[in-house]
Design a protein around this ligand. Structure first.
Ligand SMILES: Nc1ncnc2c1ncn2[C@@H]1O[C@H](COP(=O)(O)OP(=O)(O)O)[C@@H](O)[C@H]1O
Ligand SMILES: [Mg+2]
Length: 125
């Protein structure tokens, strides 16, 4: 087993610009490594930024949010530099988020079969 970090988040800050133009930080200087085969638990009160960090590991930021500083690397790939197509090739195949409330994460206007099949269709033959 490789001892190299599989997920390597370094000095990551995430934030948004307020209406007055001030930059508000949601995450400040967060560093975290996960090695292959390792499980890491992240604990914090509601609103402390757990979901924001998990989504950033996938190179995803909720509307308005952006990486202000730091880096996010997955298996040596800089997730903050990839374009949409390259991100899609990784997400749902090699790296996935299992949401806390999966039911709420489904799109109500699409049949469930389409949504379940999407990842398989995109990432397998
Ligand atoms: N799209 C957004 N724009 C601005 N702030 C946001 C956005 N999404 C989340 N936040 C803020 O980021 C903080 C962290 O949220 P979140 O990552 O969902 O926390 P947790 O998962 O730990 O409950 C919260 O204070 C929340 O208000
Ligand atoms: Mg959350």
């Amino acid at each position: 087993m490789s001892e190299k970090a599989f997920i390597d988040i370094k000095n990551l800050s995430i934030g948004y610009s307020s209406r007055s133009g001030k930059v508000i930080k949601v995450l400040r200087d967060v560093s975290l490594t996960i090695k292959r085969g390792e499980s890491v638990g992240l604990v914090g009160e509601s609103g402390s930024g757990k979901s924001t960090l998990a989504l950033a590991a996938l190179g995803y930021f909720k509307r308005g949010l952006r990486a202000l500083d730091g880096s996010v690397s997955f298996d040596g790939v800089d997730m903050l530099k990839l374009d949409r197509d390259d991100l899609q090739a990784i997400r749902g195949g090699r790296l996935a988020l299992i949401p806390q409330n999966s039911g709420q994460s489904l799109t109500p206007t699409l049949h469930i079969g389409q949504q379940v099949a999407e990842a398989l269709r995109l990432h397998s033959d």
